[in-house]
Write a protein that binds this ligand. Structure first.
Ligand SMILES: [Zn+2]
Length: 520
């Protein structure tokens, strides 16, 4: 079976992403995750360029990686300096990393216009920089910068550079689509041509400027490359690098290349989320394989089909990449979604159940009003169970009254008065709070806590208000999402109204009722 080595550059190229700034601590955490995922190489940074990367390499030695080799990145020596006197090469060796990725120019115009040296001088410095690193006992990956653009403009020279690297003793010749402008078909064709001209194994480093970095990496492998560079979540400069969270599942599940173990592959969705968390960027819900919506079904026909056979609308088993199938309830959804959802709530709803049609109608009305249950699934569950008669409200609201008062520069005071009807009769309470929702919550708890002590366990952990578009001069509506927890379970509830307090009340009420429902 074909052997492919996976090379991660999240900590070097990925760190160039706008909005990302990794601390040394962050980088060490990510390196551990990458090792768990089974990557073969982790490029830790450029020790010649900044002290933070030197610090990283020093501390990375304590990581005790099980799978990955640490890689130091750097450039070929400067012109007119001997390799052993070159500060950058010395820093690479000083990093202690067993493997080195060294980049050199392969595009003639970059040599003459950016480096401002002759084409022959560039060949020399590629060759002797690599020879020097090899003599120091390093495994050397040569990153042929701008290789595809260089090859298209001057194929003879680009190949000469690869041959110089080969002569110097490079272990891998990694062809870089640095500007990300080469299409996969061209990448495939060029790799075919290059394989006939050099002997050393080829690698691919693709950028995503044409949104084809993953495709380019895959075609490179199909045409013989044995080393793939990329980043977690496709992080990287401009439009990013090839996303390893797609590359790895494709190699393993579609091309049958055993680059990581089954167990490692199952950790990829979690690692993708975890790295996003460390990077402090939201994970793209629609990211293939690992995103939250990657196996989410919304259309009714789709849901009806996946219930019969998941393969009808899923290209792989979500569990193989540690992801899961989800079905959302929305206005697009039909009876099948409803039946499926109800099942996850332990309600055996049959398509023929008489209440199903009514429930679906009600759901459509609510969605028209602005309800959305993706984040308020507990409200949806209550709705279903109330409609089926399997849950009956244990108290009802008679009235509430809220007074907000401010005097001079003092903090605003809010008092909520509440009347609810429980089995024993009407209960009246009042409570103060720092805001109306807080005061209402306090008053409600006072009213029913003695009858239902379990609500003491409920804490509201998040409260979100979203203003919905107003139509034709009507007042704007708000949708409130409340997240609650009882330390065992977390649930979301939703309320919609033109009045933010009323919307909040609906969400709050559902939250408390949901707890009572769970307790039976
Ligand atoms: Zn790059």
């Amino acid at each position: 079976m074909k052997q492919i080595k996976l090379f991660d550059t999240t900590l070097r190229d990925g760190a160039q992403t706008e909005g990302i700034s990794f601390t040394v601590e962050d980088k060490l955490k990510i390196a551990k995750l990458l090792d768990r995922l089974g990557l073969h190489y982790i490029e830790g940074g450029w020790p010649g360029s900044n002290p933070k990367d030197i610090e990283f390499f020093r501390r990375a030695k304590e990581l005790k990686l099980r799978n990955a080799k640490m890689v130091a990145f750097g450039s070929t020596r400067r012109a007119k300096v001997k390799p052993e006197d070159d500060a950058n090469l010395k820093a690479i060796i000083g990093s202690g990393a067993p493997t080195v990725a060294i980049f050199g120019k392969t595009w003639d115009f970059h040599v003459t216009d950016a480096l401002k040296i002759t084409l022959d001088e560039n060949l020399e410095l590629v060759e002797d920089s690599i020879r020097f690193l090899k003599k120091s006992g390093k495994e050397v990956i040569f990153d042929a910068e701008h290789f595809f653009d260089g090859y298209k403009s001057n194929p003879k020279y680009a190949v000469k550079v690869l041959k110089a690297a080969e002569k110097g003793g490079a272990d891998i010749l990694c062809l870089c689509d640095t500007n990300g402008g080469t299409l996969p078909s061209e990448i495939g064709k060029i790799i075919d041509e290059i394989s006939k001209k050099v002997r050393k194994p080829l690698g691919i480093h693709a950028h995503n400027d044409s949104n084809t970095a993953v495709a380019s990496s895959i075609i490179a492998v199909e045409r013989g490359a044995v080393h793939v560079q990329g980043t977690v979540n496709g992080y990287g400069e401009r439009c990013g690098n090839a996303d390893l969270c797609s590359v790895i599942p494709i190699l393993k599940l579609k091309l049958g290349i055993d680059c990581v173990s089954d167990e490692q592959l199952r950790s990829i969705a979690e690692i993708s989320r975890h790295v996003a968390e460390i990077a402090n960027l939201p994970q793209n819900a629609h990211q293939p394989f690992v995103g939250r919506s990657a196996f989410t079904h919304k259309g009714g026909i789709h849901v009806s089909a996946i219930m019969k056979h998941p393969g009808t609308y899923e290209h792989i088993k979500p569990a193989s990449v540690g992801n899961e199938q989800r079905v959302t309830v929305s206005e697009l959804s039909g009876i099948s979604n409803l039946v499926y959802k109800a099942k996850t709530y332990g309600v055996d709803l049959k398509k023929e159940t008489p209440q199903v049609k009514q429930l679906l109608e009600r759901l459509k009305e609510l969605e028209l009003e602005g309800y959305q249950f993706e984040e308020g699934e507990a409200s949806f569950e209550l709705l279903v169970k109330k409609a089926l008669g399997t849950y009956k409200p244990k108290f009802t609201l008679e009235s509430f009254d809220i007074v907000t008062a401010k005097e001079g520069s003092e903090a605003t005071k809010v008092k909520a008065k509440l009347k609810v009807k429980v089995k024993e009769g009407i209960v009246e309470t009042e409570a103060f709070g720092d805001g109306p929702i807080n005061a209402l919550d306090g008053a409600l708890r006072k009213a029913i806590e003695s009858t239902f002590p379990e609500i003491k366990e409920v804490k509201l952990t998040d409260y979100k208000v979203r203003v919905l578009d107003s139509q034709e001069g009507t007042a704007a509506k708000v949708r409130v999402i409340v997240e609650s927890t009882d330390a065992v379970k977390t649930w979301g509830t939703v309320g919609v109204s033109t009045n933010v307090i009323e919307a909040s009340w609906f969400a709050l009420l559902d939250s408390i009722e949901y707890k009572l429902m769970m307790e039976g």
